[in-house]
Design a protein around this ligand. Structure first.
Ligand SMILES: NC(=O)c1ccc[n+]([C@@H]2O[C@H](COP(=O)([O-])OP(=O)(O)OC[C@H]3O[C@@H](n4cnc5c(N)ncnc54)[C@H](O)[C@@H]3O)[C@@H](O)[C@H]2O)c1
Length: 345
């Protein structure tokens, strides 16, 4: 079978993660890389042996002969590129979130449907072993019906102050909150109906990054489930790992608790820090990528190969983004907000 020819747009931190997965996948190869910072694209091409290098994604789409594209640009810079990919008849994996405005969500959905291309968004928590096992338990009926849930996806401050150059142009609600909403929609098996959110700002602003620190949100679902969500970019840098991830799902006949951060499988002490090494999200075993953030990208290629439906549909990604928009609006207004726009399943 011929390999799927992948092109990458955005050769930053996460773009390189994408390249590493396609490079080791038996049915994929990276034929082109594009970054508006040409030096960055060239550095990635040299490191990974990629033949074609571009700084203009439109030129790349016309010339490179790829089958599919990975869009790995900052949160707010997905829509124009996604629409151009759809018009060029390329399948695509878009990094989460799908888009950050209602107009951009609609533009992408329309372009994908009109051009008959396939599109997945990288909501990778579905590949986390503990979330996935919880979903299996719920689907088996063993623990009854989902009733309530709590989820915390937060990062240490360093992610907003140092790792991302564009955090002030995004929000913790897009960067991690979109993962939380997608996970809850999936586990609870329902769409978000109404949200009430509050937020605080100040810690990051003081550090020179003008973005909100933390959101506490209550979500009501169409099937009656209720959930609490906590998403912050202001956990102390000395925390046990980069991500602070904790969740629970109460069902009518069982309770599941998940602690990714203090999982007790491994700890590391040095003279300056006690930490929990990441063995869930972005781990490597020998030279192979192994972790939930790699599995979703690998699965995108697998689904292109076998033709089956993506495990995260475009409707999933659109409805997740609409719920995040409602959370941002609720925190701004200080009152509950109905999630207004729902794509049909
Ligand atoms: N799934 C995950 O766990 C995960 C982790 C980190 C980041 N992400 C997502 O990946 C995306 C990228 O994040 P990152 O950390 O790699 O950011 P980054 O800043 O390291 O890289 C983004 C790159 O995109 C390039 N770029 C911007 N606009 C462009 C354009 N129009 N054409 C070509 N290149 C362009 C920039 O020059 C930069 O090199 C974001 O949406 C982020 O939320 C996902």
């Amino acid at each position: 079978m011929e390999k799927i020819k992948m092109a990458i747009i955005g050769a930053g931190v996460w773009g390189e993660t994408h390249i590493s997965i396609y490079a080791e996948h038996p049915y994929a190869q990276v034929v082109a890389v594009c970054d508006r910072d040409l030096l960055r694209a060239e550095a990635a091409a040299t490191k990974w042996g990629i033949a074609q290098v571009y700084s203009d994604y439109k030129e790349m789409l016309e010339q490179c002969g790829c089958d599919a594209v990975a869009i790995v640009t900052p949160d707010f810079a997905h829509a124009d590129i996604a629409v151009a990919c759809a018009e060029a008849k390329k399948d695509m994996l878009i990094e989460k979130p799908l888009a950050t405005t209602a107009k951009d969500i609609e533009r992408i959905v329309e372009a994908v449907e009109k051009n008959g291309v396939r599109c997945m968004v990288d909501h990778h928590c579905r590949w986390a072993p503990n979330y996935n096992k919880t979903k299996q338990l719920i689907d088996s009926g063993e623990i009854g019906e989902p009733y309530t849930a709590y989820i915390r996806h937060s990062d240490i401050k360093w992610v907003a102050t140092d790792m991302l150059s564009w955090s002030a142009q995004s929000s913790i609600m897009w960067f991690l909150g979109s993962h939380s909403v997608d996970t809850l929609r999936w586990l609870l098996g329902s769409e978000v109906k109404k949200v009430y959110a509050t937020k605080r700002k100040g810690i990051l602003k003081e550090l020179g990054v003008d973005t909100d620190d933390i959101y506490l949100s209550t979500l009501e679902f169409e099937n009656g489930c209720i959930a609490h969500m906590e998403n912050g970019w202001c956990s102390p840098n000395g925390g046990p790992s980069l991500n602070d991830m904790w969740a629970s799902v109460l069902c009518t006949n069982g309770l599941v608790r998940m602690d990714f951060t203090n999982h007790n499988l491994m700890t590391l002490s040095t003279d300056t820090r006690y930490s929990t090494p990441d063995i869930f999200v972005g781990n490597k075993v020998f030279d192979r990528c192994n972790g939930l953030s790699y599995e979703s990208i690998r699965d995108f290629v697998d689904r292109l190969v076998d033709g089956k439906e993506f495990r995260v549909t475009l409707t999933d990604a659109a409805n997740t983004a609409y719920a995040v928009l409602a959370i941002l609006e609720s925190a701004e207004l200080g009152m509950p907000v109905e999630v207004k726009y729902h794509s049909e399943k």
